[in-house]
Write a protein that binds this ligand. Structure first.
Ligand code: E4P
Length: 217
């Protein structure tokens, strides 16, 4: 399973990239706004740190303007993935861009039928939002199971990019379902490293080691 980090905070991205666990980055207009940076500069900075796919979202709502925005974003770096919303115009844009070999991430997916449409439009990634579904009383992970099954049935190449991940159990369940990618906030990625028994065990080992008075180097 690939791990993407869902943030526009460059310091967080650098810090986590150094762990070797970051395969890509997703941003959205809300995260970009929070960064306070010029969007094109922000994406260029992220692409310089992470060589994997970096999602940059168009902000137009109509196909023609989405294509113009995508042309600007694509020029930033080779690893820019154009993110489009799951709307008729977004999918039209997805089809046009993927036909010319550009990677597209279709975002704001909340149903399996929407995911089917995105795959038919040639999306490189589909982003179903599990946390936002859970928030309104639906089962976000059930949607992931449905999409994985449908994509397997038809051997679609579109990767399931589980988005709106809120905690490590989302990551675990998505991995058990065979989702290709999980994009998560920095805090969730960091939480994956932790276990109280690791901390407890390490402390006991270090205490015993200190008693030997030895040093390896
Ligand atoms: C994915 O690409 C989105 O940016 C993200 O996962 C949304 O997460 P949220 O529902 O926590 O805002």
């Amino acid at each position: 399973m690939k791990f993407f980090v869902d943030t526009a905070d460059l310091n967080e991205i650098k810090d986590l990239a150094a762990t070797g666990m970051v395969d890509g980055v997703t941003t959205n207009p809300s995260l970009a706004a929070k960064s306070g940076k010029k969007f094109v500069d922000l994406i260029a900075e992220i692409c310089a740190v992470v060589p994997g796919p970096v999602s940059a979202e168009v902000t137009a709502l109509d196909h023609a303007t989405m294509m113009k925005e995508a042309a600007v974003l694509k020029k930033i770096a080779k690893n820019v993935t154009i993110k489009v919303p799951l709307t008729p115009d977004g999918l039209k844009t997805c089809k046009a861009l993927s036909s010319e070999g550009t990677m597209v991430n279709v975002t704001l997916c909340f149903s399996a039928n929407q995911a089917l449409l995105a795959a038919k439009a040639g999306a490189a990634f589909i982003s179903p939002f599990v946390g936002r579904l859970d928030d309104i009383g639906y089962d976000g992970l059930e949607l992931i199971a449905d999409i994985c099954q449908i994509y397997n049935n038809y051997e679609f190449k579109t990767e399931v990019l589980v988005a709106s991940i809120r905690h490590p159990v989302h990551v675990l369940q998505a991995a058990k379902l065979g989702a290709h990618v999980g994009t998560m906030p920095p805090s969730t990625l960091r939480a994956l490293f932790n276990h109280p028994l690791t901390d407890k065990g390490l402390k006991a080992f270090m205490d015993d080691w200190a008693k030997t008075g030895q040093s390896i180097i």
